[in-house]
Write a protein that binds this ligand. Sequence first.
Ligand SMILES: [Zn+2]
Ligand SMILES: [Zn+2]
Length: 556
Amino acid sequence: MPPHKLQIVPLGGLGEFGMNCMAVRWGDDIIVIDAGLMFPEAELLGVDIVVPDISYLVENRKHVRGIVLTHGHEDHIGALPWILGELNVPVYGTEFTLAYVEGKLEEHGLLDAAVLNEISAGTRFTLGPFTLHPIQVTHSLVDCVALAIHTPLGVVLHTGDFKVDPTPTDNKLFDLHAFADYGKEGVLALFQDSTNVERPGYTPSERAVRRKFDDVFRGTDRRLFISCFSSSIHRIKLALELAYEYNRKVALVGRSMTESTEIAQDLGYIDVPDGLFIHPGEIKSHPPERVCVLISGTQGEPMSALSRAAVENHKHAKIEPGDTVVLSSRIIPGNEKSIYRVIDHLFRREAHVIYEDGSSPPIHVSGHASQEELKLIINLVKPRYFIPIHGEYRQLKRHAEMAQQMRGAVGQVLMIESGDILEFDELGARKAGRANVGRVCIDSGSMGDVVEDLVIRDRRHLSEDGIVLPIIAINKHTGRVETSPEIVMRGFAGADSEDGLMSGARELIMNTLEQSSDEEKRDYGVMKEKIRQDLKRYIAKNTQRRPLIMPVILEI
Ligand SMILES: [Zn+2]
Ligand SMILES: [Zn+2]
């Protein structure tokens, strides 16, 4: 690394959705902004999460001073257990962000060894040659910051994820003044969130959802189920306030929903009146019109509480005709099929289903800035260089084009993608080569409360752990399994020879099928996931192997 040069190396999140991670380097000092994961696309069936390849950081391990987190969403902190497992460097985050991080590290047995440093908006701290200034921003989560990074070459502003919400539910205002002050002093480069660049206008405030929630609470005379992301603290707060107002008890269903609500309560983001919460087991003993259930699973995840409730397979959350189910979240591209499948099941249960369908007032608002907010920040900051981040290629491109139009406010617009090394010095800025980047597929092995170690499910390691393809033929008309399942096992010791393992696996699949309801059996997404989870545990127990398991269901 040549002296007197500043390098920015995005390791993920530029040209892809999720996996946000960016290295900032001056000489022999590197800091990392965010360490996110990506949820696997359907093509990556058989893996749980995808994280960035960090060989750049591992190669430079003695130079890495720390990881600074902008906020607690999975696409910003989800890869931490994997990264800290390889490279145990100090982590910096706000109080709320660290609360999420702690839970995550605890789950993977990494908490004791981790060095976590709390930061707070407005308080500067130093890491090597960098002074960092966290700036309060508003987003769908709470306690989120942008970062002003003071480098020897000038100030680099990283927005993190944000929208400009003038009326956030926690009353912690977006610190527009800080952005304006930096604009006056001069900013070398602005790296800005591109997620919503395709949306004209302004993103509505979190408070806009209140009107719709109010309508729903007023118009519902049976049980009310509300599903939102467990990290949507604003939304949970709103649901609790209205439940109290409308005299309904609240049950939390789903592990992530319960944990997240507890954290928000502990840290004072939500205020829960005594006696508001009931245990999920008590739902049935309260009159339906006096109950509100906050339930996890907005994205149709096959094993989530909502998915299971939708096919009548949840112990406590029973959905009956006339009940109302609210999905207060966006439909993440790629998840449409599983989400609409869950909605279909809910309609079959004769529930009223309210989901984001473009109607107004909205049941969900985005946490990311639309075009006018993006322009506002650019105008305040007036950077010499503008670089779009957090987005797929088209979003980065459109963001770059938008900034290019703003001649008075932006010096030069630069487009980089994950792996590009962007170099700044006295003479200017340019791409200066490539770093090794990529995706690493991980099978977290955790299912419900069963917590196991992280296993790298990198395709390179397939040779060691092998692959299992259970092939199940289901009669489309009767929903019955006509023949015993075929199982193809390859690539791990004993896979072809051990008759006992094979027949045991067959039996297990038949059991899983038998114990599923007709409705579940018609839902191949659910069946595949159930079979995958059951087989995973069975094979791990009997062979200590973790093969890639990809169930195939054939209709005959
Ligand atoms: Zn976010
Ligand atoms: Zn994000």
